[in-house]
Design a binder for this molecule. Structure first.
Ligand SMILES: Cc1cc2nc3c(=O)[nH]c(=O)nc-3n(C[C@H](O)[C@H](O)[C@H](O)COP(=O)(O)OP(=O)(O)OC[C@H]3O[C@@H](n4cnc5c(N)ncnc54)[C@H](O)[C@@H]3O)c2cc1C
Length: 435
């Protein structure tokens, strides 16, 4: 028997699910986030590298990231938080991306960035070394695995310089940032239910009616939104929403390495976020004078798709591989015996572009397939989803007439059809975490 009724139920209280609830609450809808974990942001959000950068393969992706950057930059205003409330820190250190054979010198992305007036600066190899004296600009690409006899051997060339974007950086505590949004949402009347697993999604005559939890509690709502991160495919299956989807989602295992900066280098004081496709890793400063090293998923590495409820949470040789790849660039990098970092999951689509969409079931929506690159976009994705829900609930068919979302902090609109579940695989994508 149902004794609870909301305008919208959000399955998941990660950074995106919590932000969607915040936006819906501001629009006057009663919301309930349900999460099986004990607190907000405890799922894949908690292990996010939380890098905020503006370059994506689509113009809509770049515009969204630029708009999102402005919310992170003005985080307290976004949250409408009192001055004494502690909020997550945005380290506005800029992002550096190496120009390589693999990314074509970023020429395609720069066209999008130019059209959005996003500032950047080309750096020669000499300028890179002046700014980052510990960095070796030799080329090592294509990326190789550790068992390749030529691993770690420069190929005789150099990278082709880099591009520095002053707008960018990272959030050092993504879970705390999500808690900030939860508090903001609660101030608007939103509610959260933790330690509760959604086990069934109820429909009535093809329209959403609510959910049933593992303890048989039924909660009613005319709108249910799947923001279950790496569990999104399981939730879509519960709802029967996969039937018309052209793009699907799968959980992809990832390891992130934390390695001490070379002796005598105060890394955080001058290093920025670095994306380096020549060695197939991205990196950023991490607390304790560590360098955080993630993978850019080169073709030579095995892509390990898993059941999100049953996968290996221990480090493997992949950790060592990523650390050694970084060691090619930073020769003074010590590879520790006690390994640190995290193991978690991306929720990946075929083209590594998210799905922000309605579904074939009235009242059932999805914000999923975030493909390891949507932490930064959470505030924008949430606003766009809240508008998309209004748009669809008012009777317009978004599949036929895609909604255009007017960006909040910069000029322009994004076509939400870019993120449709019905789209063809976007062949312009990087097919990597870079989106
Ligand atoms: C290692 C790693 C590094 C990343 N680095 C970056 C980066 O640098 N920059 C960037 O922009 N993005 C990055 N990302 C991606 C970003 O973190 C994610 O896109 C984002 O955190 C997803 O948020 P979410 O709210 O959709 O999902 P999640 O945070 O995964 O939340 C989903 C929630 O749903 C809950 N749930 C699932 N099933 C159920 C159920 N049946 N009932 C109840 N609750 C359920 C889970 O418990 C979970 O809390 C990274 C991701 C990972 C894993």
């Amino acid at each position: 028997m149902s004794n609870q009724n909301y305008d919208a139920i959000i399955i998941g209280a990660g950074v995106i699910g919590t932000a969607i609830a915040y936006e819906l609450s501001k629009k006057g809808r009663s919301t309930l986030n349900i999460d099986k974990l004990p607190a907000s942001g405890y799922g894949s959000t908690s292990n996010s590298c939380a890098i905020i950068r503006l370059y994506y393969s689509t113009i809509d992706g770049c515009a969204m990231a630029y708009d999102g950057y402005n919310y992170w930059k003005n985080w307290r205003d976004y949250l409408k938080a009192p001055v004494n409330e502690k909020i997550a820190k945005f380290h506005d250190c800029g992002t550096l991306i190496m120009k390589t054979k693999q990314n074509g010198g970023l020429k395609k992305q720069l066209k999008h960035l130019d059209s959005l007036d996003i500032p950047y600066q080309h750096l020669s190899n000499k300028q890179i070394v002046e700014r980052y004296p510990f960095y070796d600009v030799s080329s090592f690409g294509e990326a190789k695995t550790l068992d390749d006899p030529s691993f770690g051997r420069p190929n005789g060339g150099e990278i082709d310089g880099a591009i520095f974007f002053p707008y960018g950086g990272y959030i050092s505590d993504p879970q705390f940032a999500t808690k900030n949004i939860q508090l903001a949402c609660e101030r608007e009347g939103g509610e959260f239910k933790f330690n509760s697993t959604v086990e069934q999604i109820i429909t009535n005559n093809g329209a959403i009616a609510g959910v049933i939890l593992e303890d048989d509690t039924r909660i009613d709502a005319p709108v249910v939104i799947n923001v279950a991160g790496p569990h999104s495919q399981k939730i879509n299956a519960l709802a029967g929403a996969e039937l018309d989807m052209n793009i699907s989602t799968r959980a992809l295992r990832q390891e992130v390495a934390h390695v001490k900066a070379p002796k005598g280098v105060d890394y955080a004081s001058f290093a920025s976020v670095i994306s380096d496709s020549d060695i197939a890793v991205y990196s950023r400063p991490e607390i304790g004078n560590n360098i955080l090293i993630g993978s850019e998923d080169p073709a030579c590495d095995e892509h390990v798709f898993v059941d999100p409820d049953d996968y290996n949470k221990d480090f493997t040789d992949q950790w060592t591989l990523q650390a050694q790849r970084m060691g090619q660039r930073i020769p003074g990098l010590g590879i520790p015996t006690k390994i640190k970092g995290c193991v978690d999951l991306y929720d990946v689509t075929e083209d590594w572009i998210p799905i922000y969409d309605k579904s074939c079931i009235d009242g059932y929506y999805m914000a999923c397939g975030s493909s390891g690159n949507q932490f930064k976009n959470a505030p924008v994705a949430a606003k766009a989803m809240a508008e998309l829900i209004d748009y669809c609930e008012s009777g317009v068919d978004h599949d036929v007439v895609p909604m255009k979302y007017k960006l909040g902090t910069i000029e322009g609109k994004i076509n939400m059809g870019t993120f449709s579940r019905l789209r063809e695989i976007n062949q312009g994508s990087t097919f990597s975490v870079l989106g």
